[in-house]
Design a protein around this ligand. Structure first.
Ligand code: GLN
Length: 192
């Protein structure tokens, strides 16, 4: 298995380190040529969603990424990555993100909270969004202060916080479990 990590901007290197700690190979996607190799799963990291949306559009990646996710490519979005999957951005997930939802002063904090099926996990928030709206096909996985901070819909997993910045590997392992037995075989990705 080899996981694609969108590496245009933001905290992509930390995801790669986390995956390597759990013995999973990964590669960085910076352009359409890199994207061709994407098969098993995709991570969209934290960063600035506005900048990332602009760059994927400039690189001609918005459409292929949206199409792959719609066809079931397992995808994990953290923080800005959560925002990018919502209804007003790539619109692959039935959620509405509220950006910079904790305000400027309280923008960054750490807590420990319950995550469905995993237990209590450390959560690092950096000017994080939260999930303001969901539909019935979206499973809520974690809440902090009554706000949804992790959710899953089919093969899409999102967290408002940054599991790649903590020691706990369980959320990445959960994502890897979602990637098992999946191969994206569209025309552009089935070259091997
Ligand atoms: N506030 C950022 C945004 O709106 C997200 C912050 C992050 O990814 N750490 O894109």
């Amino acid at each position: 298995m080899r996981i694609a990590i969108l590496a245009l901007q933001g905290a992509f290197a930390e995801h790669r380190q986390m995956l390597s700690r759990i013995g999973i190979d990964s590669f960085f996607v910076r352009n359409a040529a890199d994207w061709q190799q994407t098969k098993d799963g995709l991570i969209i990291p934290g960063g600035e969603s506005t900048a990332m949306m602009r760059i994927i559009s400039d690189e001609g990646l918005s459409q292929p990424i949206r199409e792959a996710i719609t066809h079931g490519l397992p995808t994990f979005g953290t923080c800005a990555g959560l925002i990018m999957l919502d209804r007003v951005h790539l619109n692959t997930m039935n959620i509405l993100a509220k950006r910079n939802a904790y305000g400027r002063q309280l923008g960054s904090f750490r807590t420990i909270a319950e995550f469905k099926e995993i237990g209590r996990v450390p959560m690092t928030f950096i000017r994080a969004p939260f999930v303001a709206e969901t539909d019935t096909d979206v499973e809520i996985l974690a809440e902090v202060d009554g706000r949804i901070v992790a959710a899953r819909q089919g093969k899409q997993l999102v967290t408002a916080f940054h599991p790649e910045l903590d020691e706990d590997e369980r959320i990445h392992r959960l994502f890897i479990d979602m990637c098992r037995a999946f191969k994206y075989e569209s025309n552009h990705a089935s070259t091997s």
